[in-house]
Design a protein around this ligand. Structure first.
Ligand code: SAM
Length: 310
């Protein structure tokens, strides 16, 4: 049976919704692009998030990803997950730095979270402190192991590769991942407001082409992921590695199936643009009908223009 999705005007299905729950974070990574974040301090309540997800489900969204800032800083995060999970999505995932996962993993799993991606660029304490300006490496590692233990499967580690910082730690991280049944995602550093000068890029940018070619040579198997920007998965020695390349290209846009919600409740049709946001939360707070909220979602989808087209 064909699944039902809403298509945008370029025939791209809207499959997933990524919600930035908060601007707040407990680390300060030197490269952070503050994904989906805005200056406002306004945050959505678990009931408001439930309503938003309910409408998303009605228009055909199948997957929810919760992110931030640091999503585990939202004080009612477990309740939020529980409410969203009651809507019976195919997949609910979270991107977190893992520092508080030791505390929350079990309750999140019980509340209905399916899986987590944990951002961890290094297993070395000094390097961790250099990148995050904090001393939470052990908490993050414990959080990851707890997530594995409670079955937030598959646990993935997001490792941003930086020249002369952690590029020589990929093998160690892959070993850690294989030992603990974790998927490793290597992320190529992209420019951000914290690092948009040429010097930052020259200092830290590390092109992942060479590494990807090596993986292609030694992999036992390679899969290309549908709807995930043609991203490749390499199966090596019983482990799994994915490579995440910069997003400002036409392949990324052509395969984009994601809509975003900013922490102050706006629909963000494109990761790379802020000039076409659609106001949503005030309509939820005003108690507008579900039909009206659906129309607003559709307006967000109609605003989707590929940032890069070929
Ligand atoms: N606090 C959560 C966490 O640490 O996973 C969620 C937010 S964080 C912004 C989401 C992801 O974006 C992390 O995996 C992080 O490594 C990645 N990221 C942030 N800035 C980046 C950059 N300049 N280049 C590549 N990836 C970046």
């Amino acid at each position: 049976m064909l699944e039902e999705f809403t298509l945008d005007k370029y025939e791209r299905p809207i499959i997933s919704l990524r919600i930035t729950l908060t601007n707040r974070c407990n680390v300060n990574c030197l490269y952070c692009h503050h994904d989906g974040m805005v200056k406002s301090k306004d945050e959505m309540t678990s009931d408001e998030l439930y309503t938003i997800c309910k409408i998303a489900k009605k228009i055909g969204v199948k997957k929810i990803r919760l992110s931030g800032g640091e999503p585990l800083l939202k004080k009612d995060i477990v309740e939020t997950v529980e409410k969203i999970a009651s809507l019976d999505f195919k997949d609910i995932s979270m991107t977190t730095n893992g520092i508080l996962l030791g505390k929350y993993a079990k309750s999140l799993k019980d509340a209905g979270l399916d899986r987590v991606n944990v951002s961890l660029d290094t297993l070395n304490r000094k390097t961790y402190e250099f990148i995050t300006r904090k001393d939470y490496l052990e908490d993050a590692k414990n959080g990851i192991l707890k997530a594995v233990e409670v079955g937030l499967y598959p646990v993935k580690i997001n490792m941003v590769i930086m020249k002369d910082v952690n590029q020589d730690e990929i093998d160690d991280m892959f070993e850690f991942c294989k030992e603990n049944d974790i998927v490793l995602q290597l992320i190529e550093l992209i420019e951000s407001e914290n690092c948009d000068d040429d010097k930052f890029s020259a200092d830290y940018h590390y092109n992942l082409d060479e590494i990807e070619n090596e993986f292609a040579d030694i992999a036992d198997d390679i899969h290309e992921r549908e709807f995930m920007q043609g991203r490749k998965k390499y199966y090596i020695d019983g482990g799994e590695i994915e490579i995440v390349r910069p997003v400002d290209n036409s392949t990324f846009c052509a395969n984009c199936s994601r809509l975003r919600i900013t922490p102050d409740g706006k629909i963000k049709p494109c990761l790379l643009r802020n000039d076409n946001l659609v106001e949503l939360i005030s309509h939820v707070r005003n108690g507008e009908s579900e039909k009206r909220l659906e129309e607003i979602f559709i307006a967000g989808i109609n605003n989707r223009e590929p940032f890069n087209m070929e």
